[in-house]
Design a protein around this ligand. Structure first.
Ligand SMILES: Cc1cc2nc3c(=O)[nH]c(=O)nc-3n(C[C@H](O)[C@H](O)[C@H](O)COP(=O)(O)OP(=O)(O)OC[C@H]3O[C@@H](n4cnc5c(N)ncnc54)[C@H](O)[C@@H]3O)c2cc1C
Length: 376
């Protein structure tokens, strides 16, 4: 009898879902996906839910139907040790573990009433419930997420006062300068007030105070700054394996430093590159390859960080396409974002084939022998 390898994947976002869907095709693996929600969600379109919560149905693909052989374990991982994951009171043993828990935007204000994040669909839906009663909204942080949120508010609810506070001297400061200019030229004429070089540090009722003492009146705020990898549940396990800001330190093969059989991919890692969905998927492909290679006793393939193109929406019709020092704004990038959303959801929903299978190697005789020798 062949013993199956047990692979536990924690987190059903871009990285975890792709790892599970690729590994489950190989009958040597028994895959368990630990996920707090029953669907994959296309995060880049979550800001659209602020103005149109019904859009949530379009950007979610249920795991039932998508994952054919994976056991979907509903819940949140609460702890990990060398060979098992704890989900509530259930302990799930693993031969391989893949951590793909992404990141969050912890709100750094004591009083969080009417302060929302738009990192997950349900957060945006909660915000949408209160939005009709808010005459003014403050967006905290002018990175990619803050810009998309401000653009949604400015284009879909004209008349509402929108302010944006950003600690740097230009929007989306990690991207091309031209992208920042496009974003500013889009937002300001649509009534968004941008405050540069300040941070929101306190709140007094509906007055949000910055570190220079400026007070901004807002009925509601969207917190989109200070991203933090979702690793709190690992704190007792990763002593020495973590890095600055809680990211998981991985080696060139995307293994948690010091662990042969534990991998981490996506936003939760310390890989020096922009945290994007495309990069999370690239991590997933390398992790799948390296699990196969480890099983065959081969050295891990190396993950090479890269800067890929990024499309930022500015409302429904326009957007910005940026790559390295270049940026293009207008309707073409706006249409491209729709196309990407459609293609990715079709892929996760099984309408389109998943990207190349070439990197999933075939089972070799040596591999079969090593699995057999591990059988009970
Ligand atoms: C509003 C917004 C817009 C964006 N736009 C773009 C874009 O246009 N293009 C682009 O490339 N990228 C974009 N990104 C970034 C992109 O969404 C992320 O880089 C990508 O989702 C990372 O994938 P991941 O698999 O690492 O994490 P995620 O996709 O975030 O998935 C992590 C999953 O793990 C779950 N999880 C967390 N903790 C636990 C636990 N303890 N147990 C079990 N499960 C857990 C989470 O609930 C989540 O489902 C955007 C992000 C946001 C928030």
């Amino acid at each position: 009898m062949n013993k199956q390898c047990s692979v536990v994947v924690v987190g059903g976002g871009f990285c975890g879902t792709m790892v599970a869907s690729r590994l489950e095709r190989d009958s040597r693996f028994r895959v368990t996906l630990v996920t707090p929600r029953p669907h994959f969600e296309f995060t880049p379109s979550v800001p659209k839910l602020i103005a149109n919560p019904a859009y949530g149905r379009r950007i979610r693909v249920p795991f039932v139907g998508m994952l054919k052989r994976t056991h979907v374990c509903a819940g949140t991982a609460t702890n990990v040790d060398a060979d098992s994951v704890l989900v509530g009171d259930r302990r799930i043993p693993f031969d391989y573990l893949v951590m793909a828990t992404g990141c969050g935007y912890p709100v750094r204000l004591a009083d969080r009433r009417n302060v929302f994040t738009v990192h997950r669909g349900e957060d945006a839906e909660r915000m949408a419930e209160g939005l009709p009663g808010a005459a003014s909204v403050l967006v905290v942080g002018g990175g990619l997420v803050g810009v998309e949120v401000a653009a949604e508010l400015a284009t879909k609810s004209p008349g509402r006062r929108v302010s944006l506070v950003h600690p740097h001297d230009r929007l989306m400061d990690r991207h091309a300068k031209r992208a920042s200019h496009h974003a500013e030229r889009f937002l300001v004429p649509r009534g968004v007030t941008i405050v540069y070089g300040e941070r929101v540090v306190e709140r007094d009722g509906n007055r949000f105070l910055t570190d220079t003492g400026r007070a901004i009146q807002a009925d509601m705020a969207v917190w989109s700054t200070g991203v933090r990898p979702a690793t709190e549940f690992l704190e007792s396990f990763i002593t020495g394996g973590g890095s600055a800001r809680g990211a998981l330190a991985v080696d060139a093969g995307l293994r948690l430093v010091g662990h042969e059989n534990i991998f981490a991919g996506g936003d939760v890692t310390n890989v020096p590159e922009e945290k994007t969905a495309q990069n999370a998927q690239r991590h997933a492909r390398v992790i799948v390859r390296n699990i196969h290679r480890h099983l065959r006793g081969q050295p891990a393939v190396v993950y090479r960080p890269r800067t890929g193109p990024l499309v930022i929406s500015l409302g429904d019709a326009t957007g910005i396409l940026t790559f390295k020092d270049l940026a293009w704004g207008g309707r073409m990038p706006g249409a491209l974002k729709w196309a990407i959303e459609w293609m990715e959801l079709a892929r996760y929903g099984g309408i389109l084939p998943q990207p190349t299978l070439a990197d999933v190697p075939r089972q070799t005789p040596k591999e079969i022998r090593s699995v057999k020798s591990a059988s009970a």
